[in-house]
Design a protein around this ligand. Sequence first.
Ligand code: GLN
Length: 438
Amino acid sequence: MLENFSSPYDATVVRLLTEAGAQIVGKANCDEFGMGSLNTYSIHGPVVNPHQALNSTVPWTERERRSAGGSSGGSAAAVRAGLCDTALGTDTGGSVRLPASYCGVVGLKPSYGLISRWGVVSFADSLDCVGILGKSVSSVERVFGVVSKYDPKDPTAATIETRQKASRACIQSMDLWGCGEGSGPLSGLKIGVPQEYFPAELNDKILTPLRTVLDGLKSRGATIVSVNLPSTPYALSAYYVIASAEASSNLARYDGIQYGLRVDPPPGSDTRKVSTVYSHTRSKGFGPEVQRRILLGSYALSADAFDNYFLQAQKVRSLIRSDFDRVFKISSPLTATLRGDISTAHGPAKTLGVDVLLHPSAIRTAPLLPNPDTTGSKESNDLDAYVQDVLTVPASLAGLPAMSVPAGLGEDGWPVGVSVVGQWGCDEMVMSVGKVVE
Ligand code: GLN
């Protein structure tokens, strides 16, 4: 749809980076409109995961063609291959964290609203975040420091006041690390491991790196507790309903008239009917996955299906949010502001609460890129792609900061990532724990 479209202006994130002296060296491949988990829905072809090429003595003819993950697979592969120091991507439901995990780099999805979305193509506004990929947590942190700014052009940007409130509460909480009952520099840090993040689909060959990370944190004094986030199993379905519904509305602007591709109806058709331009343009300009999302989303928003799908998904979304709020030590500054109850926003810390959550970033290491000759039906591939997001979408639905950090290699020799998730606005805390993990 946007093949020959060149934007006449830069996104706020790009402007902030260039003003700070960064060089933008290229645009990276991704799934069309950010829809995908394996980078297979791109007009340019899939990104091949560079891990084996960089790390092994396997002759190139015998290397596995594994996915770099999606949708921001090009950004993760570029960082991993050393083509750039850091890269931006978008994370609506996991598109920065999943490629980071598959490629063995760090990927941060910030708190929703901290980084401006102005100038970024919209997929699902209530979920879309600009994310940052880098080789180390400190490189990601450096970019975050430049781009995490209030932008009046983004109506969903968190206000300066809300940012300050959240950061004060996090700093207060982090000041207590090292002052807990146990010994070690992290003795006040409490980490929750959510039991629901070990679903049946999880491949247990990736568990050893996670155990090593938990043992390391424990030996430095952190307390590890098991927590429950009971609504997690419904998150994936809710995500796909909400994301598709918002996408169907956002993508209505690609009509062949305002900008992007235009396909005129064949000679002889009634050109006075705008709908023929619409349908020809949209049938030609959108790939199959994007068309599928538009259909699914339009259906979920239709009068007959609204209550059963869209409304239901919104209810699940608020259950997911309250699951997280129940387990975190710090209350959400957003909920408190909504209640008009600012004074209790960071009231007495819940002693049972955790500072951050830790879980595997993905259910497996990078999958092989689909080969239509050998990998069964097309439909089963599409469903497999949706399942890859099962561990990343809950933080997206709740708008929380989440970062995937490389944790070593799985039994198959491919990278495994673990994710650190914090309360809204606790991005610095998430990165601090990430530094201990890496
Ligand atoms: N894989 C998810 C999807 O296809 C997430 C995409 C994203 O975060 N952009 O919707």
